[in-house]
Design a protein. Structure first.
Length: 535
């Protein structure tokens, strides 16, 4: 694209006359700068989005992509830069969320902003207003309009249904439909999706992105931010990659490989994300075994994991992946089954017993289940070893800081220091801290539930290195993940769960990601189908 722009208008934040920038651009951001307390978040960054395309904005945590999105939304003020939306120039000084709305930007974030106990139509009305009929609400008119919108977005659901009853991908599509509800035939809008699939299983993500792709095919412009590169590659036309606040690469109408995107993002080939190809075989010493484990969706499984082995648990939502880990860790009591740890009977009555026995769990939701967001990094690291380090009624601060400094260095955590708030770090660095907290206990059995969910590529590589290092030092590792590329890259052996039972066992190197995906999606005929409840 040839840059033939003219200077944008400078009067307030109202739209100025269209410049001479290429008419095919929906969004044109140029020379964007942003500092936070002396730290440069964006440095002459640019972003050019063509009309009617799906454009992926990529980069690691701290690369500047989230800052760019927040500037476009009017949440953060820019220090410098130029902005044109559909050819109209906007002054970034005084640019507000109202300006973004007026300009045609619509945002759907990872937190969808939906009220789960309200109906679909009520959620629409909260955004667009309740239509009136005399002194009351025109429910029939509201229902008719929402039904029409749902059909337009390929949603075959009752507008009176509560949000919490919808499947995950449908909830996201409802949020998208609501964001674009005010679009008329003459209005041009840009839909910005910020990590739309972060909490979706693979098949739900595929369904959502197919719908997004079809919206682009009928002229909708979409800007998508995601860590899931395989999904981005499947749906996107163009790519902008940020690194350290700058543009590291712009790919227009190209079909890059995942490896190429990773190299641009990281500035190097990240070997840790590739399968090692060295499977651990069964002659190694068993560390943990369970026979006929039952509880919640789990309907009777036998599992053995060996010293130094990384065992994967794959399966659809509701297959029992997470339930298996929680029963092993003592969070939930199984209905039946016997467990053995290092050859001895193992039946933890609570989490404390599991920890004392040498078992550790990194849970799926670090914010709700694994982190103390308002505490420091050092305090978060210390929580797993309080009993060992508590002295005369208090924790020696010098020891706590010293341990934290060592772990921060060992696990490659990027933080201002041990006293930095946990909430101040990126998701990838938060996950490294959670991992380090448990690894300092030198567990015999390490249980990992979605270990890199919402984590950027470089942090994922560091976490993979940590997991492999733990296995090399003799730890038995069990990884439950909906990311089958992750299972393929990490695991020596994988058990596929279907309806609470083991349907297949795969040794590393036997199948590629596509083959593993076909096993997970294949429906097994089960006569004893489980309920969807978790223990």
């Amino acid at each position: 694209m040839t840059d033939t722009r003219t200077d944008p208008g400078t009067a307030g934040s109202a739209p100025a006359a269209p410049g001479s920038r290429g008419a095919d651009l929906a969004l044109d951001v140029r020379r964007l700068d942003k500092d936070f307390a002396g730290t440069r978040a964006l440095n002459k960054a640019s972003l050019r989005v063509r009309r009617g395309t799906v454009h992926a904005l990529l980069g690691g945590n701290g690369s500047g992509k989230s800052t760019t999105i927040k500037i476009l939304a009017g949440v953060y003020p820019a220090d410098a830069g130029e902005l044109e939306i559909f050819g109209q120039a906007f002054d970034l000084h005084g640019y507000t969320p109202a300006t973004a709305q007026q300009a045609g930007l619509r945002f759907v974030h990872q937190d969808l902003g939906l009220f789960e106990d309200l109906s679909i139509e009520e959620n629409f009305a909260l955004d667009t207003g309740y239509p009136r009929s005399g002194p009351g609400i025109d429910w029939r008119g509201l229902r008719t309009r929402v039904t029409s919108l749902l059909r337009e977005y390929e949603l075959d659901v009752d507008p009176r249904a509560a949000i919490r009853t919808l499947r995950p991908s449908d909830r996201t599509m409802v949020a998208i439909a609501r964001a674009l509800a005010d679009q008329d035939a003459d209005q041009r809008l840009i839909l910005v999706l910020d990590e739309p699939t972060a909490r979706l299983a693979a098949h739900e993500s595929e369904l959502l992105l197919e719908r997004v792709r079809r919206r682009a095919e009928i002229g909708q412009t979409v800007l998508i931010v995601s860590h899931r590169l395989r999904e981005v590659l499947a749906v996107s036309d163009d790519f902008t990659i940020y690194r350290d606040g700058r543009v590291a690469g712009e790919l227009v109408a190209e079909s890059p490989t995942e490896d190429r995107l990773i190299e641009i993002m990281a500035g190097r080939f990240v070997k840790a994300l590739r399968p090692t190809g060295d499977a651990v075989h069964a002659e190694r010493q068993p560390v943990f075994s369970v026979s006929d484990l039952r509880g919640g969706p789990v309907r009777g499984i036998d599992v053995t994991v060996h010293r130094g082995e990384i065992l994967g648990l794959a399966g659809l939502v509701g297959s029992g992946r997470s339930s298996v880990l929680k029963m092993i860790f003592g969070e939930h009591a199984p209905d039946a089954g016997t467990m053995r740890l290092e050859g001895r009977p193992y039946a933890p009555q609570h989490v404390g017993e599991a920890m004392s026995a040498g078992v550790a769990l990194v849970p799926e939701d670090r914010v709700r289940e694994a982190a103390f967001m308002d505490q420091s990094v050092a305090e978060n690291l210390a929580f797993a070893t309080l009993a060992e380090n508590w002295t005369h009624g208090f924790m020696p601060r010098r020891r706590e800081r010293g341990t934290a400094e060592t772990l921060i260095a060992d696990f490659g955590v990027k933080a201002a220091g041990p006293d930095a708030l946990f909430s101040s770090m990126s998701g990838g660095n938060q996950q490294k801290v959670v991992m380090a907290r448990w690894m300092q206990r030198l567990p015999k059995l390490l249980l990992l539930d979605e270990p890199t969910q919402g984590v950027d590529v470089m942090s994922r590589a560091d976490l993979y290195d940590s997991i492999r290092r733990a296995a090399a030092e003799g730890c038995a590792v069990v990884v439950a993940s909906s990311d089958l590329a992750e299972i393929h890259a990490l695991c020596d052996r994988t058990l596929v769960l279907s309806r609470g039972r083991i349907s297949d066992e795969v040794v590393a190197g036997e199948l590629d990601v596509e083959g593993l995906t076909s096993l997970v999606l294949r429906e097994k005929t089960m006569t004893d189908a489980p309920t969807e409840a978790t223990p």
